[in-house]
Design a protein around this ligand. Structure first.
Ligand code: E4P
Length: 216
């Protein structure tokens, strides 16, 4: 499963990229607003740090407007992935952009039927928001399982990008279901390495090593 960082913070992206574990980045208008940075400049900087897809979202709601914005965004770098909302105009834009060789991430997916539409529109990625789905009394991971089943039934190439990930259990479940990608806040990704027995084990080994009086 590929790991994308769901952030627009350069320091976090650099830190994760340095581990070699980062396969891409997703941003959205809220994350851009939080960064306080110029959208285009920031996107260019992120694309220079991470080789994989960097999702940059359009804000127009009509097809023509989305195409205009996508034209500007895709010129920023070859690894820009245009993010469009799950609407008829978004799907129409997805079809036009992927036919033209661009990567497209169809975002704000909350049903398996929506994911089916994204695949039919040729999306590179579909982003089901599991955390927000859970928050609204649905089962986010059941949605991922349904999408996996449908995509496998028809051999759709659209990658399932599990989004709105809130904790390690979401990551684990996504991997067990066979999602292609998950995007999570940096703190969630870094938290995956933590285990109390790992920390305790290191402490014990170092204490015993100190008794040997040796150095490596
Ligand atoms: C995905 O591309 C979105 O940016 C993101 O995962 C949304 O997550 P949130 O529900 O934590 O805002």
């Amino acid at each position: 499963m590929k790991f994308f960082a769901d952030t627009a913070e350069i320091s976090d992206i650099k830190e994760l990229a340095a581990t070699g574990l980062l396969d891409g980045v997703t941003t959205n208008p809220s994350l851009i607003a939080k960064s306080g940075r110029d959208f285009k400049e920031l996107t260019k900087e992120i694309c220079g740090i991470v080789k994989g897809p960097v999702s940059a979202e359009v804000v127009a709601l009509d097809h023509e407007g989305m195409m205009r914005e996508a034209e500007i965004l895709r010129k920023i770098a070859d690894n820009v992935c245009i993010k469009v909302p799950m609407t008829i105009d978004g799907l129409k834009t997805c079809k036009a952009l992927t036919n033209d060789g661009s990567m497209v991430n169809v975002t704000l997916c909350f049903s398996a039927n929506q994911a089916l539409l994204a695949a039919k529109a040729g999306a590179t990625f579909v982003s089901p928001f599991v955390g927000r789905h859970d928050d609204n009394g649905f089962d986010g991971m059941e949605l991922i399982g349904d999408i996996r089943l449908i995509y496998d039934n028809y051999d759709f190439r659209t990658e399932i990008l599990v989004a709105s990930v809130r904790h390690g259990i979401h990551v684990l479940q996504a991997a067990k279901i066979g999602a292609d990608v998950m995007t999570a806040p940096p703190a969630v990704i870094k938290g995956l390495v933590k285990h109390v027995l790992t920390d305790k084990g290191i402490e014990g080994f170092l204490a015993d090593w100190a008794k040997t009086g040796q150095s490596i």
